[in-house]
Each structure stands twice: as C-alpha cells, then as structure tokens.
Design a protein around this ligand. Structure first.
Ligand SMILES: *Cc1c(COP(=O)(O)O)cnc(C)c1O
Length: 411
C-alpha cells in the first residue's frame, strides 16, 4: 500500500485505525499453496484468532481456505462467514467437554489435546471422528512464551503418553481421523520443523483410519529488516518429499494440513495512530500517540517489535524517539527508534499489524476499540466501525443501592 492511501484512510475514518491490505493476504495464501503444490491433497486452515473480522474470513473463504478455531464463538464467526462446518477444525485448549460436544454437533472437526477429555468424549461419542493434538516436545524458536511444543508446555498430548492414548482409543472404539501438532508461533528453522514432522509420521502409523496430518503453524514472518523468515519454499520442497513418501509407504492418500495465522495476515496490516504530544525529557524524546496497549499489546506482552514510521513526514530528518501510548500505565510501543522527525498531529504507522493486534484489543481506560478497514483493489472498505460510548456501556447495569441517592460522595 502507498503512504498516500494510508493517509487518506486515516483522514476518512479517523485515528487510530487498523488497515488490512487484501492483496497481501491473497499473495501469502498463494505462496504457501504453491510451496506445497506437489502434495495431492493440501488444506490450509486459517487461524481465526490472528484476525477474526468476518470480512477477512470471507476473503479467505473465497480463496478456498478452511479455518482453525479455538472457541465456540470463533466457530460461529466462521459459519456466519459462509464456511462449511467440514472446512473448520476446532483446536481448543482447556475448554469444557460441553463446549467440545456443542462444536462437534455442528459437524466441525474436533481436535483433542488431553487424555482426560479424549477418554470422556470417546466414551460418549465413539462415532464422532477426532483429531489428536500431539506434543512432539521440540523447542522451536527462542522465546518460551510462544514456543508451545516443549516439555513444560500445557498444549497437546505428550508423545511419551502414546501408549496410554492408544489404550483409550482401543477401549472406547473411537475413530482417530487426524493427528496434529502446533509447535508455537516462532519456528526459525526448517530442520526443527522437519524433525518434529518425523515424530508425527511415526505416531501416525498407529491409526488406521487416518485421513489427514496437520502440521499446525509457527511460520515466522519478518517484523524488521534483517529478520529471519521461515523459508516456505524450502520447507515445501522437503516436507512434500517426506509426506509423499509416507503416503506411499503406508498406502494412504492423506491430506496435508496447516493452520497459518501470522503468515497470512501479519504483513497485510497497518495500524495508524496520531501523535498527541511530543515531550522532551532529560533522557529522551517521547512521541505520545492516541493509542496504547488497549489497541496493540504485543510490544508490551511479548516484547514484540513493530516497525513504526512517520506517514506525515517521510522525508524529514531522522531522530531518535520513544513512542508511547496514552494509557495510564507504562505502555511503550518502541524505545530509541529512529523515525523521520515527528511533530504533534503527525500520523505514525505500525507495520505487521494484521495478526494478534486488533483481536487482542480491549476497552481498558474505557477507550473505544479502533475501526478496521480492508483495502481491496484500490478501494477502502470499512469492515468495523469505531466503537462509541454505547459499546462501552452496553452490558453495564446501573444499580441504585438503597439509601445511596445521587447526593454526592458519602463516606
Ligand atoms: C494460534 C494457533 C495457530 C496460528 O499460529 P500462527 O503463529 O499465527 O501461524 C495455529 N494453530 C493453533 C492450534 C493455534 O493455537
């Protein structure tokens, strides 16, 4: 997208505003499909939690994508967006048996990640095919907050528990039609991924009704210059080779599935904010914007890096800034950033704002969540209105407690 397009959107819809470039989502989808074009049956299930706007889901539906969901509500969004239940997989963690049953009833593919629920579900519904989430215990990437395959992780059934798992499957007579792994959001290394896939293939041999193997996600996208990016083309070549060999060896025509979130939408997103105040202190220059961790929490929650650039003064002299929010907490978006000279009123734009940004937004400080705009073929489409005071108070109930008339403070 051009800077002038982003500026125009901010002028039309106000700030702060999220903007998603549809073309980037489409090209990422096609890139991943192409990398695995030699797999006979490939299924890409977009991870809804990355960016769950119904218009984004519809765009992906049009591309032939399926969905990966983690809650009943995400499943409902998928159905509203027109997805067939059979194109949705549900991969919850720590949810109740009741919720899993409700989703299964819709005809959605269930993915179970612990032995307790597996035994209960299998006992009650032996005819409903289930996928099993395996934890292969590989440590992909360096940040333990977002690497979920290792030994201390709460996700998945440990490969060391396979004997117990097989006993449950046998005793209940349930049908396992898929196996799954998701090793976290930070796979740096194709070899680590391939190593984990070997574990999955070995496990897969135990299930005669298998229809698909789901390799989850964790594809890394660059957030700043020089960042390592998962080499999708190399992974495609190597994993396709292994997968096809496995199908041949076992005589099964399996589907290869992935659940990319970040890979499909991260780079499509821009978050535009306006500078309220430029403040010099003894140690730095702060640029305070009309947003905070209520709108974009990844820098504070995960120490994630989002590139920030000045839309309003792209040719200005570069200076060093700490970009901070307007929330009454320390909410630093980036310290010591080299940015073209910032004046009050300038529009600052964050890159990689497509994944885990709006979906993690809140109303903290009673602020409105921002608008969302989808940029498609040179046109801006508003896909979510900015909130209003009505949204803030929607579910609040004013109780007049006895004797506490509006007479000013008592105490
Ligand atoms: C979050 C999640 C994904 C998506 O991960 P990305 O790193 O965004 O690609 C895929 N599968 C499962 C089960 C998830 O929880």
């Amino acid at each position: 997208m051009k800077n002038s397009d982003l500026i125009k959107i901010a002028e039309t819809y106000g700030s702060p505003v999220y903007v998603y470039d549809a073309e980037k989502i489409v090209s990422q989808y096609n890139r991943l499909s192409n990398a695995f074009k030699n797999v006979k049956s490939l299924k890409l299930n977009y991870a809804v939690k990355a960016c769950s706007n119904i218009s984004i889901l519809k765009l992906l539906n049009g591309l032939g994508s399926g969905l990966d969901t983690v809650s009943w509500q995400e499943v409902q969004l998928g159905l509203m967006a027109g997805f067939d239940p059979s194109d949705i997989i549900y991969t919850p963690n720590g949810v109740s048996l009741e919720e899993i049953e409700e989703v299964a009833e819709l005809g959605v593919q269930i993915n179970i990640d612990n032995l307790s629920i597996l035994e209960q579900f299998g006992t009650k519904h032996p005819d409903v095919p289930v996928c099993i989430r395996i934890n292969p215990h590989v440590m992909a990437g360096g940040n333990s907050n977002i690497s979920v395959g290792h030994i201390d992780s709460k996700f998945g059934i440990s490969i060391h528990q396979i004997p117990h798992l097989l006993r449950i499957v046998k005793n209940t007579g349930m049908r396992v039609n898929g196996i799954h792994m998701h090793t976290g959001s930070d796979i740096l290394d194709v070899e680590v991924f391939l190593y984990a896939s070997e574990i999955l293939f070995e496990t897969a041999k135990n299930f005669e009704n298998l229809e698909f193997i789901d390799f989850g996600s964790g594809f890394k996208v660059p957030y700043k210059e020089g960042d390592i990016e998962t080499n999708i083309e190399e992974l495609g070549k190597k994993l396709t080779h292994k997968f096809n060999a496995f199908c041949k060896e076992t005589g099964k025509d399996l589907t290869l599935a992935f659940e990319p979130g970040k890979f499909l939408v991260s780079e499509s997103g821009y978050f535009i904010t306006k500078v309220n105040v430029v403040k010099q202190t003894t140690s730095t220059v702060f640029a305070g914007v009309d947003s905070g961790f209520n709108h974009l929490i990844r820098p504070m929650l995960y120490n994630s890096y989002h590139e920030i650039f000045n839309l309003s003064n792209p040719k200005g002299k570069e200076r060093f800034y700490s970009v901070v929010g307007y929330i009454c907490e320390t909410d630093t978006f980036g310290s010591n950033r080299r940015i073209n000279e910032i004046s009050e009123g300038d529009l600052l734009c964050f890159r990689n704002a497509g994944a885990y940004c709006f979906t993690m937004a809140s109303n903290y400080n009673s602020r409105y969540r921002p608008a969302e705009v989808l940029w498609h073929k040179g046109e801006a489409h508003l896909i979510r209105r900015r909130e209003t005071m009505e949204d803030i108070t929607r579910n609040m109930i004013e109780v007049d407690l006895a004797g506490k008339k509006k007479e000013g403070p008592t105490r």
